[in-house]
Design a protein around this ligand. Structure first.
Ligand code: PAF
Length: 297
């Protein structure tokens, strides 16, 4: 496995692959890798000749009161996991390498960023857009792999790729969960034992909602949101940041009082939640497709 700490080293490492017209699959991460990342790496491994993993905790996507300084890091463990997934090249730049000067260019994807994490973390997706476009320019992958736990991030990146004619296919990978349903996240390590137990309510409430929708596909958007909100309030001490039901991937509002089934035949919608447990903010979501029955996709 080739470890590159500079853009120059990375460009040299991928030159051979490009010369031989090999496909490059890219998995951008902020490290502290878990099974969710491993699933992206395995998918990239099976689709491509060369797999590039980047590990970079991007300061531009953290707000002033967020967890940049305490974001978990473990380079040795990350490299071992990368090797076990068959990664060819790891890009591990420093902040100075990625941002030698304050960037004066902004990537701002409108509309898809106006709700959910875009609303509660102002500037977050500008930072994601900037670093992902820099990484795409450096790595020049044919395919890039993203997990659907960050479904809004996937929608933002797809919009950016489309708007800027970036020559890369965005591959969506499913959320990987603990056996009790908790969506894997590098931030799960911060949870106290009590919050770790309560946090399973997020996925449980999404599952319960799916059962309700199968029985009664005439629930309104407000009723769905109220159902999830009530589950979280009843079963946890967490502080709700948002519970929303939106069209996916446009992330536009679902009109109140319209039956989901009648208004959105064959469309997809997302139920997304963000809850703070102590100082740890967790997100989760479920994607549904409306048909004769409402399927989880
Ligand atoms: O999803 C993440 O880990 C980050 O937002 C990403 C895409 C690596 C950009 O820093």
């Amino acid at each position: 496995m080739n470890i590159c700490r500079t853009k120059q080293q990375l460009r040299l490492a991928i030159r051979d692959a490009q010369k031989h017209q090999q496909t490059i699959g890219f998995v951008p991460t902020m490290g502290y890798l878990h099974e969710g990342h491993a699933s992206l790496l395995r998918e990239a491994r099976s689709d491509n000749d060369v797999v590039v993993l980047s590990i970079f905790v991007n300061p531009m996507q953290f707000g002033p009161n967020e967890d940049l300084d305490r974001y978990p890091r473990d380079e040795e463990r990350d490299l071992a996991l990368a090797a076990s997934c068959g990664v060819d090249i790891v890009f591990l730049p420093s902040v100075e390498e990625m941002y030698p000067k304050k960037p004066l260019t902004t990537i701002k994807v409108e509309e898809v960023t106006s709700r959910l994490c875009g609303a509660s973390r102002p500037g977050h997706f500008d930072g994601v857009g900037l670093v992902v476009s820099k990484l795409f320019n450096i790595v020049q992958p044919q395919r890039a792999y993203f997990g659907m736990k960050d479904a809004q991030q996937v929608a933002v990146i797809e919009q950016m790729v489309q708007d800027l004619d970036m020559n890369v296919d965005i591959v969506h990978c499913p959320i990987i969960r603990e056996p009790d349903g908790l969506a894997l996240s590098s931030r799960n390590v911060y949870l106290s034992a009590k919050h770790r137990m309560e946090a399973t309510t997020l996925s449980k409430s999404l599952n319960k909602l799916h059962h309700q929708l199968k029985d009664n596909n005439k629930m309104t958007s407000d009723e769905c949101v109220a159902f999830i909100t009530n589950e979280i309030i009843t079963n946890t001490s967490g502080e709700i940041d948002y519970v929303e039901l939106l069209h996916y991937p446009s992330l536009t509002a679902v009109q109140d009082r319209l039956s989901i089934a009648e208004s959105f035949e064959n469309q997809r919608f997302i139920v997304a939640v963000a809850v703070k447990f102590g100082t740890t903010r967790l997100i989760d979501n479920a994607l549904f497709q409306v048909g004769e029955v409402i399927e989880r996709v």
